[in-house]
Design a protein around this ligand. Structure first.
Ligand SMILES: NC(=O)c1ccc[n+]([C@@H]2O[C@H](COP(=O)([O-])OP(=O)(O)OC[C@H]3O[C@@H](n4cnc5c(N)ncnc54)[C@H](OP(=O)(O)O)[C@@H]3O)[C@@H](O)[C@H]2O)c1
Length: 452
């Protein structure tokens, strides 16, 4: 048998605990797949008195990050602390000490990918991060290796399981947003502070990483236009359903100067190489037809649809988080390092390097889409005419209108749903500003893109 690959686990919480379990409980399988033993030599935590998996020998647990990184028997440092402070220090120190790094930390890569990967290249070491996007779904390998013959033309993805769980509970259980969120928290799918999940930040981090692999663009998460699910009300779910649609929080990348349908999606989806090397990135709730593949992804699952110019459309789906699914991806990275595949792929991919692949990020105003717009309007003559005139001023035509009769007599505000034909986001927002200021508009308008 070849040389042992020594591993230091920095962080042994949810994911780290799962990684330790797979390495220790399935040592024979892992050794066979890697062609050499993978030895868990050190486990570093904040509080060594916490109870851990009984398979972890107590004498390898410590709080000494420095000693773990500099142990000559350690070849790979697995960073599973999370965050962008100490985690970044650990990763940079490990690379400087000549160790390969495996991480599940999307925030770190999205924020500091260029710095981390440059440090890796300087040290001639490898950084693996399959678990950083979509947990147990092997989408990093799919994009970087299996689809290497393609230019990716579009990505549409459900990358936040918490949001998808909430939207599923609203659509199928008829729950309000608040009740669905409370259920997600009770079942452990949502954190006590769910902000980063429901406001689209977490999905934006992951989209930034996918966009780097697929298009070579280094978009910072804050540069990605995003809208969360916290503005979605049960009434929107019902109207969407009535129109034949399901609402999903999507992270999307569209090449070729457009988004969603109209020319852009047809081009992107047909796999034609985009005439314009631009890519639009955004995270937002999108109305998908019930028959759309992504509309059928339920609960806390993740799914990534990738359109490639050679292959066409491919779909990757599975558990996007959780202890063992995430550990599955981390251990796959360790096995790839053991085999030596990861090193060669990493050297060839030149991720976050200055090598320009020609794509630039398109400003969100140019992205074209159809829109669902829900207004709360005072029920009196002329309201509809005002709204249609403002949309017409921006050359936006209406595809359908839904208005139910007021439940009570007396002219209180009633919901009015307008579905538009294709329009640029910029022009739609201009119209929206004016509609918001109409004296008959009784509440802030709610709007979402349509996925067709
Ligand atoms: N959880 C998931 O489903 C999931 C999925 C995909 C990716 N990820 C990513 O995986 C990473 C880890 O997440 P997690 O959920 O496993 O986190 P976690 O359960 O909070 O575990 C964090 C670990 O880091 C240790 N730690 C924290 N501060 C430390 C310090 N100063 N020195 C030494 N150790 C320290 C903690 O020690 P103690 O045990 O002593 O507290 C704990 O073992 C994050 O980047 C996250 O984004 C998580």
């Amino acid at each position: 048998m070849n040389d042992t690959l020594g591993i230091a686990l920095i962080g042994c919480g949810t994911v780290g605990g799962g990684v330790a379990r797979v390495l220790l409980a399935h040592a024979d399988r892992v050794t066979q797949r890697a062609g050499r033993p993978l030895e868990l030599r050190r486990v570093v935590v904040r509080d060594p008195s916490k109870s851990r998996d009984p398979l972890i020998p107590l004498d390898i647990i410590s709080t000494d990050i420095h000693a773990a990184i500099n142990d000559p028997g350690v070849h790979v440092v697995v960073e599973l602390i999370g965050g962008t402070g100490l985690a970044k220090r650990v990763v940079l120190d490990a690379l400087a000490a000549g160790k390969h790094v495996v991480t599940a930390n999307k925030a770190l890569l999205a924020d500091a990918g260029a710095e981390v990967f440059e440090a890796a290249r300087r040290a001639d070491r490898t950084v693996c991060f399959e678990a950083a996007v979509a947990g147990g779904v092997p989408v990093i390998r799919a994009l970087g290796e299996s689809l290497a013959a393609n230019q990716v033309t579009a990505i549409q993805a459900i990358l936040n399981g918490t949001s998808n769980f909430i939207l599923t509970a609203m659509a199928e259980g008829g729950k309000s947003y608040a009740d669905a969120l409370a259920e997600a928290q009770k079942l452990g799918y949502a954190e006590a502070d769910p902000t980063l999940d429901v406001d689209g930040s977490d999905a934006a981090h992951k989209l930034a990483i996918l966009a780097q692999i697929a298009f070579g663009v280094a978009a910072k998460p804050h540069e990605i236009a995003r809208q969360g699910i916290d503005t979605i009300e049960a009434i929107d779910i019902r109207f969407a359903n009535e129109l034949g649609y399901t609402i999903k929080l999507l992270a999307e990348a569209w090449t070729g100067g457009h988004s969603h349908s109209g020319n852009g999606a047809k081009l992107s989806r047909s796999g034609a190489v985009p005439a314009e090397p631009t890519v639009a990135l955004h995270v937002a709730p999108v109305l998908l037809r019930h028959t759309d593949l992504l509309a059928q992804v339920r609960g806390a699952y993740n799914a990534v649809l990738v359109y490639g110019d050679v292959v066409g459309e491919t779909l990757y789906q599975g558990p996007g988080a959780g202890q063992m699914p995430t550990a599955s991806s981390v251990v796959a990275d360790l096995i790839d390092l053991g085999v030596g595949r990861a090193q060669r792929t990493f050297a060839a991919a030149k991720l976050w390097s200055r090598e320009d692949r020609g794509f630039t990020v398109e400003p969100p105003e140019r992205v074209r889409s159809r829109f669902y717009l829900r207004l709360q309007v005072v029920d009196r003559p002329g309201v509809l005419a005002d709204v249609t005139r403002i949309l017409a001023d921006e050359e936006i035509s209406i595809s359908s209108l839904v208005q139910h009769e007021a439940e009570e007599e007396g002219g209180g505000p009633v919901p009015l749903v307008v579905v538009t034909h294709y329009a640029s986001t910029g022009r739609f927002r201009k119209a929206l500003d004016r509609i918001t200021r109409l004296p008959t508009t009784a509440a802030a308008p709610v709007f979402f893109s349509m996925g067709d």
